[in-house]
Write a protein that binds this ligand. Structure first.
Ligand SMILES: Nc1ncnc2c1ncn2[C@@H]1O[C@H](COP(=O)(O)OP(=O)(O)OP(=O)(O)O)[C@@H](O)[C@H]1O
Ligand SMILES: CC(C)(CO)[C@@H](O)C(=O)NCCC(=O)O
Length: 369
């Protein structure tokens, strides 16, 4: 595969940009007929939109719903507010679970957010995409269809489920590209100085390393690694200037799928719990298992994984590993592989900043409406 490489002009251009609030005034996109082309792709973003404000990111594994709760409602507004709108606001903000599988991540809530001259809170709700039909039924029973005729949507599911939204809720999906949205989401949360962007100092000795805030005030250029079900790698040169440079199908979905197969676990939470307790060195073949120590000539330390799952061809060893070890090895395999690809991309692009974004620790990537 040919990997596109940044020209020196592109690199120079990229370095000029500091992070700038004016880039994000279009965060609330407007979903209405005038604003969408015949395929419901959004054309313009500069109009007023009536409440409620929602955005939905329908991914291959998880659907993420973001809801803006206005906190500056005037008494007048309260009086004229539709009863159904008030009910929906209460339903979403007073509960933390919805139906059988919907959950609100209260720890991710963003308060005192200014959007389109309104002050309020952003609430983040998620459910498995496989439960889309239950979500549509719930949304219908709560009267969503009476209040909203179009909702801004991203992720592959915005395309896949477009007809279902129309059929079940009579609701249009105003579609935004998932990678455009991803970048806006990253820059939006960074602007709020929430130190969502961090790194580990002394990362080689992870048990003694500390989590440090990363100063993202002059971000460009950077490589963005989006670990969803699959993985996309982007080279970002400016708020509206990026390219998708690579991808891999070995992502979060692979971790979860392999873990379920290998350990019999049935949920992501269980898979992560197991992985946290296990030891991958019982499963993998390390450099020292092959060399008896380091492979010094090429700088490969003895503790480096030489071959993922490399001990598992041996029946005796298979009998000695636990479910925890297998889950840990799966996590290490997937994350090491993503790390290697990210490093290769960074070298190719001559970019020294790599930012990884992942639901594996439940960060939300899109804050688009
Ligand atoms: N509660 C959860 N249930 C399922 N997977 C989870 C959960 N929490 C984190 N994950 C991990 O996050 C991954 C999904 O990440 P994300 O939501 O970013 O992807 P997606 O948007 O569904 O996929 P894609 O962008 O590839 O379409 C899963 O594959 C899994 O590894
Ligand atoms: C298909 C998407 C973009 C959907 O989010 C993602 O899952 C992905 O980037 N997968 C990896 C595809 C590849 O091998 O490049």
């Amino acid at each position: 595969m040919k990997v596109p490489v940044a020209t020196s002009a592109e690199m120079k251009e990229a370095e000029k940009f500091p992070l700038n609030i004016s880039d994000f005034t279009n965060l609330i996109e407007v979903a209405n007929d005038d604003n969408m082309d015949k395929n419901n792709n959004v054309k313009r973003t500069d109009e007023y939109m009536s409440m409620p404000w929602f955005g939905i990111d329908i991914g291959g594994t998880l659907t993420k719903l973001v809801y803006f709760e206005p906190k500056d409602i005037t008494p007048d507004e309260k009086n004229t507010e539709a009863n159904s709108l008030r009910k929906i606001r209460k339903f979403l903000t007073k509960n933390s679970s919805y139906g059988n599988t919907g959950l609100r991540d209260t720890h991710l809530q963003m308060d005192d957010v200014d959007i389109r001259n309104r002050k309020g809170s952003l609430h983040f709700i998620r459910f498995p995409t496989s439960e889309m039909s239950s979500f549509l039924s719930l949304a219908k029973s709560k009267g969503m269809a009476d209040l909203v005729t179009a909702v801004c949507a991203t992720g592959g599911g915005a395309y896949k489920f477009e007809k279902d939204f129309m059929h079940e809720l009579n609701m249009k999906l105003a579609k935004f590209d998932e990678l455009d949205t991803l970048i806006k989401g990253v820059l939006f949360s960074e602007l709020r100085h929430t130190t969502e962007c961090y790194y580990f100092n002394n990362a080689r000795d992870i048990r003694n390393s500390q989590k440090m805030a990363y100063d993202f005030s002059r971000p460009y250029p950077f490589i963005l690694v989006n670990v969803g079900s699959g993985v996309s790698l982007l080279a970002v040169y400016g708020p509206n200037n990026y390219k998708r440079i690579s991808g891999t199908s070995l992502g979060g979905g692979t971790f979860l799928g392999l873990c379920c197969l290998l350990t019999g676990c049935t949920s992501y939470e269980e898979a992560i719990e197991l992985a946290t307790k296990g030891d991958h060195t019982k499963v993998d073949k390390l450099v020292k298992d092959i060399y008896g120590g380091d492979y010094a000539r090429f700088g490969l330390p003895g503790d480096l994984v030489a071959s993922s799952y490399g001990q598992m061809h041996n029946k005796d060893k298979q009998g000695k590993v636990s479910r925890e070890d297998l889950a840990n090895a799966t996590l290490v395999t997937i994350t090491n592989n993503i790390g290697s690809i990210a490093r290769m991309c960074a070298l190719n692009e001559k970019i020294d900043k790599v930012c990884s974004l992942t639901s594996l620790n439940l960060m939300y990537k899109s804050t688009n409406f």
